[in-house]
Design a protein. Sequence first.
Length: 526
Amino acid sequence: MCLVCLLQLRGRLGDIVLACLMNATAALPAPKLSSPVAHPLIWLLALAAAHVAVRVAISPSLKWDEAEQMLWSQQLSLGYGAQPPLYTWLQWGVNQILGPSVLALSLLKHSLLALTYALMWLAARELLGPRGAWWVAASLMLLPPLGWYSIRDQTHTILVAATTCGAWWMLLRIVRRPSPWNFVGLGLVCALGMLAKYSFAMVIVAMLLAALSVPTVRRALFARGWWWAPIVGVLVVLPHGLWLLSHLGEATTGTLRKMDIQTQHHFGKGLLDLLNMVAGMLGAWALIAWLAFGKAWWRRPVTPAAPWAQQVFVRYLALIALALLGMVLVAGVTNFKGRWAVPLLCVVPLAAFAARPELEFDPRGKRFTAIALFMMALMLVVGGLRPWISALRGHTDELNHPAAALSAALRSAGVREPMTIIGADHMIAGTLRAQFVHSHAVGCGYPETDVAACVAAQVRQARAAGQGWLILSRDDRGDPRWWDMVQEALPDVTVQTIQLPFRMAPPSTPPATYRYHWQPASEPAS
């Protein structure tokens, strides 16, 4: 969004074409840049860097998805429970360079967000001029499940958004310039999408059916070298696919639970939740687009930028709507998470602007740019202030926890690395893993695990490795019976307490209370 805003404020920069990413815009004439800093990619990287700096500065503690990645990325695996492995593989690679840290977590996330906006710009550039393409890319930040909640705490949703934008770019590119290399790109990006989030399968099926139903697109998809797409896709997905076949229950149970499938169908509840998901995804963007362009959206009939593309978009969205309705009416799904709509509906702004290409020359586009600039600044500022805002509202969250002070207090109490960290929830375990980088951490939360069995298994592994172990809980989260369950595995455990003030919280806020047991390696427990 920063790019869009700056391009609009600097008039002549509105004609700049992003000539990067596999020579994507080779067929489009690009004006010479008068200065390296005028290149839009520079501003996109600057925006990502600003968000990384803010996240590192505000707190050393971890949110839900961040802690999950901190634990999963301790080792490489073909699968990680209910989520595909690609994001964790990428996080493992970044951790090898920067170490397991908030910096490594934030850098990967915001790099993928920047890639998402760049890929959507490239997709839009196949149909629109530079100005319209930047509006499409900026629109992604006006979709709250992506533009805001991804800043707060998301991982796999960001990656699947990037692969979805990449898939649309490759499809539109193939229709205009079919070649074996473009088919390789389509197969690769679709495979990566499946390794990012399983819901991407719905995107692939709907996109393929919609594309094959349009003669112009169908001919392009069966041009010379088309078979590279399925070959590359299958080869990339195959290793994880074999793992998935033997872990199907583990990979699907969590998602099915979140859907809240009812055997006695509650159609009203499901339809209402579906409408809430769609409105939450598109409502803010639609309102801002209407405020910017007003009646220009429907004033007179126009010719779309590419009629064949508009047919694909409309049929794709119709198929997605039918699939979602089928989930409610046939499968009995009654709960839809807002983030699930991101890969399914992120193409809507592209379809809308491609349907009205004359908007690119409408002077009222400055309104859209101004709002985009305001929202970019607001998200950056609010993202940085959120721990203070939470504390002032009396709802301290993970970012308010004094992770650095806690690790210092534990070291003063004799805790030494390397060790095994056993947390009462995965967030405290992941946060301590970022503080004790030479240790192994695991969450033995209730009811997600059998606490006694989980703790016993980790203690056995620590003993076998000749290491000590640290068992830790926090009073603001978790079951109060958790330590009773721990003592089923370790009856002689002694529990000690650390109290520390929450970060960025008013003095009247009660302190954070942590309970722990430290067992040095040199003193085996009974």
